[in-house]
Design a protein around this ligand. Structure first.
Ligand SMILES: [Zn+2]
Length: 277
């Protein structure tokens, strides 16, 4: 006989109660821990000593793809969520820098306090400028940040990567693909800009090689090609990748544009599967 339940059924009320409890537990858990971790992810934790402070990177790994995604700004959480969702579906690796939850990394040596932007430390000039801009650039701090950048490159296996994909978020109407158009703040850094009609210019790819520019453009997505010879040496990973001739794609989306960023990352898989296998 098939079991049927009515609203008065004690078993159903029990199930309903448990479901509500489970929802409540998940809401509570999400306040304190990550609910978005893929269930089959393998986690590796790296610790870096910067003066008297510790900075951590976590590598989330799911079998199925060797693509590497790198999130280095700790306040760009849509990027992490999008990355985790996609590696749960497709496999891949997400390297996430964790410290204070802020964009800038803070550390101390003796009684001196320093701050820097972790995406400005991949060239010697970049390290000096970012320390100077946010705090001070003395030799002890420069040496500590250089060692940190070298370790990130080594542990993230960035030098040997077939493709480095970074995940970033930006604010509405601030930094966007339009920043690279003639007259924009970063005009000098770009070789070509494609802005697709109907697409928010805040959601765009930033690439170091023309073949990727052409592929994203053909897919009807916003894309900016870095000019590897005129780009300002600000120490960002794209500058380093351009010099090292390592294919580099930044998936840049507005904070909260989760669906858009997931779609953009899926496009990276499509291109990697079709053109770089
Ligand atoms: Zn960023």
């Amino acid at each position: 006989m098939q079991a049927t339940f009515t609203l008065e059924d004690p078993q159903l009320r029990f199930d309903e109660l448990m479901r509500k409890k489970a929802v409540l537990l998940c809401v509570l858990a999400s306040l304190f821990c990550r609910c978005d971790e893929p269930p089959d992810a393998q986690l590796t934790r790296f610790e870096y000593q910067l003066g008297s402070d510790t900075v951590v990177t976590v590598l989330h790994e799911v079998a199925g793809s060797d693509l590497l995604f790198f999130n280095m700004h700790d306040d760009e959480n849509t990027a992490v969520e999008a990355g985790l969702r996609v590696i749960a579906l497709r496999g891949g690796r997400l390297l996430e820098l964790q410290h204070s939850g802020d964009r800038l990394v803070h550390f101390g040596i003796a009684s001196a306090a320093y701050r820097f932007d972790p995406n400005r430390i991949f060239t010697p000039l970049g390290i000096e400028r970012t320390l100077e801009r946010y705090s001070q650039a003395d030799s002890a701090a420069i040496e500590a940040v250089q060692a940190f950048a070298d370790s990130l490159i080594l542990d993230g296996e960035l030098r040997g990567a077939r493709l480095i994909v970074t995940l970033h978020n930006n604010g509405e109407g601030e930094y966007s693909a339009e920043s690279y158009l003639p007259g924009g703040d970063y005009e000098v850094d770009a070789d070509a800009v494609h802005i697709q009609q109907g697409r928010d210019p805040d959601d765009f790819f930033f690439v170091t090689q023309d073949r990727f520019f052409q592929l994203f453009k053909a897919a009807g997505l916003n894309v900016v090609l870095q000019n590897n010879s005129t780009v300002t040496d600000d120490g960002s990973l794209s500058v380093w990748a351009g010099r090292e001739r390592i294919p580099y794609v930044n998936v840049e989306a507005q904070h909260g544009h989760l669906a858009e960023q997931v779609e953009m990352i899926m496009e990276v898989y499509r291109i990697a599967d079709n053109h770089f296998n």
